[in-house]
Design a protein around this ligand. Structure first.
Ligand SMILES: *[C@@H]1O[C@H](CO)[C@@H](O)[C@H](O)[C@H]1NC(C)=O
Length: 333
């Protein structure tokens, strides 16, 4: 069950890192998550991300890569893709087998989870940077540097035994170097070109305010919602008379259409809400910030009824989702 949250936690530092990168920088990252339940049960799922956009998935029950964008094949030919898919098929089955061998070697216990992140970043005019990191139960244990596997700082001692075996396998080391030094940068250059118009698109946010009394106090919880923008970096703040107010920044959440959602929450004494404004900045707006004025009308009955309806729908949806997943996970056991 911890699979998705772990993936998110793991991906977020990279995602945030890249939102500060200069425009046009889209690192390519392949993420793999493998769960090992016992000596005969495991599953492996993968996805590829270009910046903050997911472009491929590779599901446990499928034998082929799914392309999530029309340009996700980049400039690779069908033949090049066939070669890669073939390589991944072999990799996937040998990965589970090797891990099961390593378990015997270092005498660790099931169940556990292994995550891999590999990819590269290409910048015009400088050499591409490529990487592979491996994590065991959420902590970094090793990576590939130059021509060989190396232990991560603070990796447990048993990692040394695995490195010895891995570094003995010259064929795999050569393949990894080929993937990192050539395939990844070449693919990334092609896909940046093929997806250019979508990657560099600008979509303006919509913004609105909601507010509700905080039960048991005379305070209001005001929320400034910003939704539907692309690319990801956006700023929203509550202001009063030119002063930024100490508000709580929510996480950036993805909408299903690839755009983003952000909200900023302010806890304010009911008598002090007059004159508050929410300011929204986003690259699509140029220097025309969106400015919304809190007018205190948003807690009206109509708003409350609507809010309740939305809440009920959300709870209903969440319950259905939970039930479905529960069945799904039960099927797996
Ligand atoms: C791949 O790149 C690394 C440095 O990033 C280098 O040490 C290694 O020799 C290269 N391997 C091949 C096969 O080009």
């Amino acid at each position: 069950m911890g699979r998705l949250p772990l993936l998110l936690l793991w991906g977020l530092p990279h995602i945030w890192g890249s939102s500060e990168a200069p425009p046009g920088a889209f690192p390519l990252r392949c993420l793999q998550i493998s769960s090992f339940g016992n000596s005969s049960w495991s599953r492996t799922d993968g996805s590829t991300w270009l910046g903050e956009m997911r472009i491929h998935t590779w599901s446990h029950d499928s034998d082929t890569i799914r392309f999530l964008r029309p340009w996700a094949r980049g400039r690779f030919t069908d033949k090049q893709w066939e070669r890669l898919q073939q390589l991944f098929r072999v990799y996937r089955s040998s990965f589970s087998r090797d891990v099961q061998e390593f378990v015997k070697l270092v005498q660790t216990d099931y169940p556990f989870e292994i995550q891999l992140a590999g990819g590269c970043e290409v910048h015009p005019g400088s050499t591409p940077e490529s990487f592979i990191h491996v994590a065991f139960q959420g902590s970094d244990i090793m990576g590939f540097r130059g021509t060989a596997w190396v232990a991560a700082p603070d990796a447990p001692q048993w990692v040394g035994k695995i490195l010895q075996v891995l570094n003995h396998d010259l064929g795999t080391r050569a393949t990894v170097q080929w993937l990192l030094n050539e395939t990844c940068p070449q693919f990334t250059r092609g896909i940046l070109e093929a997806g250019k118009s979508e990657l560099e698109k600008q979509v303006k946010p919509e913004a609105w305010l909601t507010g509700a009394p905080i039960p048991g106090s005379d305070h209001l919880l005001l929320v400034c919602h910003v939704s539907g923008f692309y690319p990801k970096p956006a700023w929203a703040m509550w202001m009063l008379g030119g002063q930024e107010q100490p508000a709580q920044q929510g996480d950036m959440l993805p909408n299903t259409d690839g755009t983003w959602y952000l909200r900023v929450t302010l806890d304010v004494a009911a008598g002090q809400a007059a004159g508050l404004t929410c300011h929204v900045k986003h690259s699509s707006l140029g220097d025309q910030d969106i400015i919304l004025h809190w007018e205190g009308r948003h807690t009206s009955t109509a708003g409350t009824v609507l809010g309740l309806l939305v809440l009920l729908l959300l709870i209903g949806g969440g319950l259905a989702f939970w039930l479905r997943n529960r069945c799904f996970y039960q099927d797996l056991l």
